[in-house]
Design a protein around this ligand. Sequence first.
Ligand code: NOJ
Ligand code: CA
Length: 553
Amino acid sequence: MAEHTFLRGPKDWWRQAVVYQIYPRSYADNNGDGIGDLKGITSRVPYLKELGVDAVWLSPFYPSELADGGYDVADYRNIDPRIGTLEEFDEMLEALHAVGIRVFVDVVPNHSSDQHEWFQAALKAPKGSPERDRYIFRDGKGENGEIRPSELASHFGPTGWTRITEPDGTPGQWYMHLFAKEQPDFNWDNQEVRDDFIKTMRFWSDRGVDGYRIDVAHALVKNLKEGHLPARTSFDLSAMKNDGTDDLFDRDEVHEIYKSWRQVYNEYDPPRVAVAEAWVHANRRARYASEEGLGQSFSFDLAFEPWNAKKFHDTISYNLAASEKTGSSNTWVFSNHDVIRHATRFGLDAESLSNLPKWFRSADRESKINKPLGLARARAATMLILALPGSTYLYQGEELGLQEPLNIPSDQMQDPQWFRSEGSISRDGCRVPMPWTSTGSSFGFGPGGSHLPQPEWFKDVNVQKQDGVAGSTLELYRTALMLRKGLVCAEKLTWNKHWFNSNVLDFTRPNGWRSVTNFGNRSIKLPKGKVLLSSGPLDGNRLPGNTTVWLQG
Ligand code: NOJ
Ligand code: CA
């Protein structure tokens, strides 16, 4: 196998990149309508440059009725007029490229919006028509087709089938949707669907987009052979086969699609890259990240681990070994638009952590967070992953050490997961618009309001408050990213053992860059080496608990 020790070659820029996720509707609102927009992002390019990220990934900005925060796309080759125009997209791209920041866009191929022209055409067309064949329409069971075709749940509620009314007004066929009913699943056995996504990839690649984040990358191909309909009542990983023959997810055939995308990506210079969001058994993740496939696949393992040195060690080792086998690059993630912010998660007591929905629904949930501890651990954790081989995905606002806003009244929630699924947590908290200033309308998010309510404490946690302030989380991120640029080296590490203290995670990269994290509460003696940066204050020659230090050995 080829030796994969790329540094920062023009072709392989992404292998060890720091990618910053922007949720466009919640980043910066230029025209004051309460919704973040592309012009807002362009206005923050100097901020992103100073932060020192290598790339940004934009969550969907396409026309959408927002049944699922934009992951219900009505037109894959356009911009939601509330967010901007294609010209404004080009301006944003140019401004980011001008300061050396690459751009990933989100592609949502498993399902479209029910407002997509193809779905609207399918509703108008008769049963068995080519229009219906682009989606998954089936007859219901029962005498009058009134019983859904199979026992299939959706991620956002009890049923994955919705019945339509036929053009003549009679109750009609059912269509499959693994998410909200406004998100009909495409039929990937249909060649037109395949061709259309190739067109979409070319459309954005021609504009200069550098990479793609592929939504639900493991679900596109389903077992839809004649007379067979997938059924599933739980989406737990344990319910999914891990040999490539599951009815709904991670089927081997899905890789033929990614192979065809890879051919398109390789027509460009540098080749475009993609990162899969694939919730599959860990042993099958690397297939998505192969050189013949997308290039990268998110590992969310650490986003669910408690603050524990051994668990971190084992997860990191597993991921490193898996990527070495295939030559793919690792990805490390703690926060994104779907999960509780990690500064909050790391501050939760063990009981709350073991059942997040229960914690989220408890009236005294705020009192169960130790915020200073959560923040200290979040800072330490981020420094740890920034030192690992591979690329790190950051989520807007984590560079401020933001806690999860928990102030959103249920009647202002937007997340379908919240109101369609019993026992869930809402993802709206992590999508609350960014605080840029201590005062002013929507804390500098924009001159108007904010589409989700911001908490009062944003006055103390925002960019203005932390800018230039030594020790602030923003300055920690800036320094860490700046140092990292000079430190990143071959994608390898060596663990340094601490035989008498199981709370320490300590490793060295081939160029002597050493990262030591103290997961415990008691300080330990600082190993030898020049201190480059620490996630919190050091105590003389001791490393306090819940702190990471970078050393040059
Ligand atoms: C994963 C996205 O991250 C999430 O926000 C969305 O709800 C689902 N995919 C469905 O598109
Ligand atoms: Ca706006």
